[in-house]
Design a protein around this ligand. Structure first.
Ligand SMILES: C[S@@+](CC[C@H](N)C(=O)[O-])C[C@H]1O[C@@H](n2cnc3c(N)ncnc32)[C@H](O)[C@@H]1O
Length: 229
C-alpha cells in the first residue's frame, strides 16, 4: 500500500503546491504558520525539529520563519516532493532532507525537540505506529504539531466538511493535477480518518499530554500540539 501512495504523491508533486493553495483558498499557508506559533507558545524554543511527511517543505519553512536558528530535518518518502522542497529552500541554512518512510526512520530515541507533520499522518499504514514513532524520537517535554483533516462531529462542521471534501477536493485537485484518482484517494482518506476526539485519545495513548487544538477555517482542518510525557 505505501508503495502505491509513494508513487501517487510523486506523480502529483509538480502541481501539489498549486492544488493545495487552490483547495484551501490560500488558507493552508496561514494554517501552518498558526500551527507553528501554537507549538512555540510559552517560550518553547526547540533546537532540532523533524518535519515528517514534509512534502514540498512548507511546514519546515514556516518553522524556520518563526525560529530561524533551528535545524530542521525534512523527511518524506517521495523524492520528487523533496526535490521541490530543496528548490524552495534555496540557500536557506539549517535544513536537511531525508528520503525515508515515516514508519522506518533512522533516528535514535529522543533525537528531536519537536516534530511537525502537515497532512501526513492520515496516509500512514498504521496511525498508532506513526504516533508511537514520533513519541520515540521526541525528548520528554518535546512537542509535536499535527495539522490534519479530521472526521467532523457537529452538524455545521459536518456539512462544511462534506461539501469541501467530497465536492471541492476531487474536482479542483483533479483539474489542477490532471490526476483525479489521486484527489479521490485524498478525499477518501480525509472522510474516513479518525474524529478529533479519537485522534486526541490515540495521541494520549501513544505518550502525549497537554494537547491543545485549534480549528482552522470553520473546522476544515485542525492543528493539535501535544507534549511528550
Ligand atoms: C498531503 S502531503 C503533505 C505535505 C506537507 N507536509 C504539507 O503540509 O503540505 C503528504 C506527504 O506525506 C508523504 N508521505 C505519505 N506517507 C508517507 C510515509 N509513510 N513516509 C514518508 N512520507 C510519507 C507524501 O509523499 C507527501 O509528500
Amino acid at each position: 500500500m505505501s508503495q502505491q501512495i509513494q508513487t501517487m504523491f510523486s506523480n502529483i508533486a509538480p502541481t501539489y503546491d498549486q492544488a493545495n493553495h487552490a483547495l484551501s483558498f490560500n488558507k493552508d499557508v496561514q494554517w501552518r504558520k498558526d500551527a507553528v506559533a501554537q507549538m512555540l507558545k510559552d517560550g518553547f524554543r526547540p533546537s532540532r525539529v523533524l518535519d515528517l511527511c514534509a512534502g514540498t517543505g512548507d511546514f519546515a519553512l514556516a518553522v524556520k520563519e518563526q525560529a530561524p536558528q533551528v535545524q530542521v530535518v525534512l523527511a518524506d518518502f517521495s523524492k520528487a516532493m523533496l526535490q521541490l522542497a530543496q528548490k524552495k529552500a534555496g540557500n536557506l541554512q539549517g535544513l536537511d532532507l531525508l528520503e525515508a518512510d515515516a514508519l522506518k526512520l533512522p533516528f535514535h530515541d529522543m533525537a528531536f525537540d519537536a516534530v511537525v507533520c502537515g497532512f501526513g499522518v492520515r496516509n500512514l499504514d498504521s496511525l498508532e505506529q506513526g504516533l508511537r514513532e514520533i513519541a520515540r524520537m521526541l525528548k520528554p517535554g518535546g512537542r509535536v504539531a499535527i495539522l490534519e483533516f479530521f472526521k467532523p462531529t457537529g452538524l455545521f462542521n459536518r456539512l462544511a466538511h462534506t461539501f469541501y471534501v467530497s465536492a471541492i477536493v476531487p474536482m479542483r485537485g483533479g483539474a489542477i493535477s490532471g490526476n483525479k484518482q489521486a484527489y479521490d484517494y485524498l478525499q477518501k482518506t480525509a472522510k474516513n480518518f479518525a474524529s478529533l476526539d479519537e485522534f486526541k485519545g490515540l495521541m494520549e495513548k501513544c505518550g502525549f499530554k497537554d494537547i491543545t487544538m485549534e480549528s482552522k477555517t470553520m473546522g476544515v482542518a485542525v492543528s493539535l500540539v501535544g507534549v511528550r510525557k
